[in-house]
Design a protein. Structure first.
Length: 279
């Protein structure tokens, strides 16, 4: 991708997604500038049961002296907040609440959860009677206790696009809770993949559509074929336009590199800095 330095844009401060044991490798970069950190390792059944106390202790030790903003990635595999089985929905709620307790114990201000929207919904929302209302009812059944608990804990649940092709649907769902404890997360790679494979709008449109609901961003690059989680500059994303949209955002979202190879964090940061996009 051609490098074009963007002028007249205030560089933004970014951090990274890391497991507690990976923080030490990037400690100076993260801690000296109080960069955003998102903790990984609190998403599976094992993470939140037999290994929970060990993971919380490890996180607290790794974060000793950290004064920046903190989030965790919550559970997701097999735990759709729009689960259609009424006997399984309480299990999803319970797992989310367990992760929220972990977030509170490590001092996180955010917890990432996955969006229940996809292109099948976008294709059929006007085709099936009461499709939106029925889906929203299931989501509220699962999520309302979690939103209330997040309000009490002072934590914001940020709902990340996964297969979303219509950003307005997720925004409307979040608005329906009428709570500051639930907001939008955007994964740049997921948005671009949806653009390439499902004719979704480009990444910057997702950002602009979110408006003040945007509280969290995963920064990753890809080739439009798979969810690569490459360093910015290795794929197809037009980063100047992404950061132009972010610079217009007034909600000050957490901005974190979410890369499959954590050793590439300096590479991704350096690339974005060379464009004048980050500090």
């Amino acid at each position: 991708m051609t490098r074009r330095k963007v002028l007249f844009m205030t560089p933004l401060k970014i951090g990274a997604c890391l497991a507690p044991f990976e923080i030490q490798d990037h400690r100076a970069w993260l801690f000296e500038a109080n960069r955003d950190i998102e903790l990984q390792g609190f998403s599976t059944h094992k993470d939140l049961t037999v290994e929970l106390e060990e993971r919380i202790a490890s996180a607290k030790e790794a974060l000793r002296g950290f004064e920046g903003r903190l989030g965790i990635h919550g559970p997701y595999e097999g735990l759709d907040m729009d689960n259609k089985d009424r006997e399984i929905r309480p299990i999803v709620t319970a797992r989310y609440l367990k992760a929220l307790q972990a977030a509170e114990r490590v001092g996180a201000q955010q917890m990432v959860l996955h969006s229940p929207f996809n292109r099948w919904y976008a294709w059929n929302r006007l085709n099936k009677p009461n499709y939106w209302e029925t889906k929203l009812h299931r989501i509220h059944e699962v999520m309302m206790p979690v939103v209330k608990a997040a309000e009490a804990a002072g934590i914001t649940l940020v709902i990340e696009n996964i297969l979303d092709v219509d950003p307005a649907s997720r925004r409307a769902m979040i608005d329906s809770f009428e709570s500051d404890a639930i907001a939008i997360s955007i994964d740049t790679g997921h948005a671009h993949l949806a653009r390439r494979m499902s004719s979704a709008p480009p990444v910057d449109y997702f950002i602009r559509d979110a408006g003040d609901q945007l509280q969290h961003v995963h920064l990753q690059d890809l080739d439009g074929h798979a969810d690569r989680h490459w360093a910015p500059g290795e794929g197809e994303i037009h980063w100047s336009e992404v950061f132009r949209a972010l610079s217009e955002c007034t909600s000050d979202p957490h901005l974190v590199l979410e890369l499959s190879r954590k050793a590439d964090i300096p590479k991704g940061y350096t690339y974005l800095k060379s464009l004048g996009l980050v500090e």
